[in-house]
Design a protein around this ligand. Structure first.
Ligand SMILES: Nc1ncnc2c1ncn2[C@@H]1O[C@H](COP(=O)(O)OP(=O)(O)OP(=O)(O)O)[C@@H](O)[C@H]1O
Length: 652
């Protein structure tokens, strides 16, 4: 169990506190729900100065419609009273100034807004991926709920960041509220009955707009699955990997119809809301026109009686239109803010998720491997809902030995490797590195001592040298190390012959308009060559204590796999290696072969010892050897020394 005491630093792993991994948050979990202050804090941390510059004019513009109406009123009233030019000058200048500001401020605000988007986007993106990079384990990457949340969180940082959208919504709502209050206050001063009339007309608008925005938000969420399906089919139809099967199986039309069905279904939901919105807006328009008309008749009549001035009539008309427009904007802004905050929830949940593995308070140093790695009664399942992948594994990997792990599909080989790298912790039991429990060491320190090629190795869209140096970034400035690793992986000749040698880009993704026709811009390696490149990536860091090759050679022929393992042993004399392979002949020279079956170690020993046991290993080996014989008949009995399956088909 992780020990508990004061905090200390773990290189690359953050501070250590005794804590178990936080419970997996679900997308529906609202315990950390974001509010406007969270959005503001994020924007302020990214760009305080621009935030202040942007906020002030954005709010001031709320007064413009009211100031304009009052200026018009004063001019009209003074004109009607036969005022002099001097008396008209001030309201006229205010009107002109407001007009200029109304024309200029939006452009300035737009520039500040885009700058705010850029800075907040950069800050939020860096923070999001720093958090993701900080998860030491793999569980979250294999959890569909978390992946869904991560996908939504990524959406919040591409395009206009949602924190700025939330800020904009709030500013818009405040601006609209300022306009409404300004007009109502003006009418209260001029004529309380007209204010009551405008207020009365505003209530249905407000209610209708709120209902509409709620329905729009509900529709946006309800069509989410349809939209995701649509994107899935779009991606599939444009994907080079899928293209082979789609063409061969002739499923293109089927997939396209599914994509279109998803779109139709989403469109139908949107259409229903649009229709409702159109009907309601027509009603609101009629209501506004009715109120404006009735109010106008009343105010004109009152003005004729001398109780209201012509300017009061102008303010009334501006107020009816202004309040309706401001209320529509207000509800739209509030709905926009609500939507942005819901998305920000996902962002914050990822950023605040914390490490996904328990952390030792005082991490122990991991010494270079002297004795060995030992698994003691290790049980593991991916979650309580999953069956056990490892069931009480007891195994010792002695330092300096080459150990092969074999077994049928699903027997737990890759799972065991994931535990050795501490991508997960055992559910029960312990893994000891020279007696030190892996739970008590910093994951980054452990991984510093390990090199590996995984079954699902990566292909990087980088130059050949950069791609190999991903195994050890220190090799970036050391071409000899890169060449040595490539030579050992049997890919040096291929890479040297590329248009720019090791500096050739292994991708056709990043060409520009000018060099897109130049084949030297980038090349695509074959599957087997890519696999050798992945091996070179592992070899470039092979001064590590433990080398793991998890089926590194599925794309290579049997002889090539044998050659790789032989070369590995020669270069790693004295080093500890764990080899996983389905080709038993390729690993027959290992110091120890361990057979896994349904998560249990069922046999272990040297090749000869295991053959002598006439058990599962011997059966598997005989079966594979039979596949290499010229005769297709299975062997009647298990031979004591079957021919090597790596003999490349030149069987007996
Ligand atoms: N991410 C995962 N989530 C849930 N179950 C998993 C996950 N990965 C593997 N399993 C399950 O754990 C068991 C062991 O799988 P594992 O990949 O370790 O087997 P393996 O021996 O490496 O198989 P193969 O030879 O096919 O690579 C299998 O039942 C598999 O379905």
């Amino acid at each position: 169990m992780p020990s508990e005491s004061s905090s200390s630093r773990c290189p690359g792993g953050g501070s250590h506190r005794a804590s178990s991994a936080p419970a997996q948050e679900q997308p529906g979990d609202r315990s950390h729900r974001c509010g406007v202050p969270d959005a503001l804090r994020l924007v302020a941390r990214a760009a305080t100065g621009i935030l202040l510059l942007y906020t002030a004019p954005a709010l001031v513009t709320g007064f413009f419609p009211v100031v304009t109406a009052w200026s018009v009123k004063l001019i009209v009233d003074r004109l009607a009273a036969g005022a002099t030019v001097r008396e008209l000058l001030v309201p006229a200048l205010v009107l002109v100034a407001t007009g200029i500001a109304t024309g200029a401020v939006p452009h300035l605000a737009r520039y500040l807004r885009t700058e705010l988007d850029r800075r907040v986007g950069l800050f939020a993106q860096d923070r999001l991926f720093a958090s993701v990079e900080g998860f030491p384990g793999l569980e979250r990457f294999e959890n569909p709920d978390f992946l869904d949340r991560l996908r939504l969180a990524q959406q919040t940082v591409v395009g206009p960041p949602v924190a700025v959208q939330a800020l904009d919504g709030v500013l818009g709502a405040v601006r609209a509220a300022v306009t409404v209050v300004g007009f109502l206050g003006s009418l209260l001063v001029i004529s309380p009955p007209t204010m009551a009339l405008v207020l009365l007309a505003a209530v249905p608008t407000l209610v209708a707009e709120m209902l509409l925005s709620r329905r729009r938000a509900a529709t946006a969420w309800s069509i989410g699955p349809d939209e995701r399906r649509q994107f899935f089919y779009m991606g599939l139809l444009a994907n080079v990997e899928a293209a082979k099967e789609i063409r061969l199986f002739g499923t293109g039309a089927f997939l396209r119809s599914r994509m279109i069905d998803s779109r139709r279904s989403a469109d139908a939901a949107r259409r229903a809301v649009d229709r409702r919105e159109a009907g309601l807006r027509c009603g609101l328009g009629l209501l506004a026109a009715g109120v404006a008309g009735a109010g106008l008749l009343w105010t004109v009549g009152t003005a004729q009686g001398g109780s209201l001035t012509p300017g009061d009539v102008a303010v009334f008309l501006a107020a009816v239109a202004g309040v309706q427009a401001a209320l529509t904007a207000l509800t739209g802004d509030l709905a926009g803010t609500h939507h942005a905050l819901l998305l920000l929830d996902h962002y914050q949940a990822v950023v605040r998720a914390g490490p996904d593995l328990p952390r030792a308070v005082e991490p122990r140093e991991l010494p270079p491997l002297r004795g060995g790695v030992e698994l003691r009664d290790v049980w593991f399942r991916y979650s309580p809902d999953h069956p056990w992948a490892l069931r009480g594994v007891n195994l010792r990997l002695p330092a300096g030995a080459t150990i092969a792990l074999v077994g049928l599909n699903g027997s737990g080989k890759s799972t065991l490797v994931k535990l050795l790298c501490r991508f997960y912790d055992p559910t029960h039991g312990r893994i000891l590195w020279d007696g030190v429990d892996l739970r008590d060491v910093c994951p980054s320190e452990l991984r510093n001592r390990i090199s590996a090629v995984f079954q699902d190795y990566m292909e990087y869209d980088m130059t050949a040298a950069e791609s190999i140096a991903q195994g050890d970034l220190g090799a970036l400035g050391a071409p000899d190390r890169i060449k040595d690793a490539a030579t050992r992986a049997g890919v040096h000749a291929t890479l040297s012959a590329l248009p720019h040698g090791y500096d050739t880009l292994l991708s056709r993704m990043f060409f520009t308009e000018s060099d897109k026709k130049d084949p030297a811009t980038g090349v695509v390696l074959s599957g087997g060559q890519s696999q050798r490149l992945a091996l070179a990536r592992a070899f470039v860091r092979d001064r590590r204590d433990l080398m793991i090759l998890d089926e590194p050679s599925a794309g290579l022929d049997a002889a090539a796999e044998h050659e790789i393992h032989t070369s590995l042993r020669a270069h790693r004399k004295g080093g500890t290696s764990l080899l996983i392979s389905h080709r038993l002949g390729a690993v027959r020279d290992a110091d120890m072969i361990v057979v896994l079956e349904r998560g249990r170690v069922v046999e272990q020993g040297t090749h000869d010892e295991l053959l002598a046991q006439h058990a599962q290993y011997a059966r598997m080996y005989a079966l594979q050897a039979a596949g290499y014989r010229s005769s297709t008949a299975p062997p009647a009995t298990v031979p004591s020394q079957a021919p090597s399956p790596t003999s490349g088909g030149k069987g007996t």
